[in-house]
Ligand binder design. Sequence first.
Ligand code: DX5
Ligand code: ZN
Length: 237
Amino acid sequence: MNRAPVIAPSILSADFGNVSREIERIHQAGATWIHLDVMDGNFVPNITFGAIAVESFIKPEGCVFDVHLMVVNPEKHIAAFAKAGADVVSIHAEATEHLQYGLKMIRDHDAKACVALNPATPLETLDWVYPDLDMVLLMSVNPGWGGQSFIPPVLDKISSLRQRLQDRGMDIPIQVDGGINLKTIASAYRAGTTNFVAGSAVFTLKPGESMSEEELLETYRNNISDLKKEATKDLMV
Ligand code: DX5
Ligand code: ZN
């Protein structure tokens, strides 16, 4: 594996009052992947937004809408999110009795299929669905909130998954989500991740703080490029 890092900003930490503008801004600042955290108040305590809201978000040309479903029985909602513009759909193994069916359904709706695993969920959960996977999302925090700290044992889990993929001749991305910042990104990259969700490390404007449009764009641009640089620091990529 020798891939350039991808930063997928999570709009969970963006200005919810103007999501389309934030998406446009973060795209201008260099992001291609936009991570959309869908929470149902059941699988996780918070509620964010559903497919109707996603459909209303304006997707800039060339952007990937990466929808992370933190909802129970995600298979019931896949068609709606695909129709709303999801390019990648992640479903939690812990949230469904029908994992393979859900993954197949995602592909049947022309989106990329991804399984998300909570920090304590074993990699063996993936054993019988490898052919159905386009990506694996390893949670490095317990899902539900932005701004939490990276859980260190997940690094071994990343390396172990990278090895398992290699043994199967698979070169799909491993995405890591939670607590990614300038202190944690390099070790996660070295362990075998190439796709990094980052919320609070990218959308750094504090509530009540104001910036001009130019300053904001520059801040987002720097946050993304600093993360990318830090990931590959001292490596030839
Ligand atoms: C957590 C979400 C994450 C969250 C990450 O449940 O799935 O995508 O936004 O936020 P940070 O990067 O702040 O840990
Ligand atoms: Zn997420």
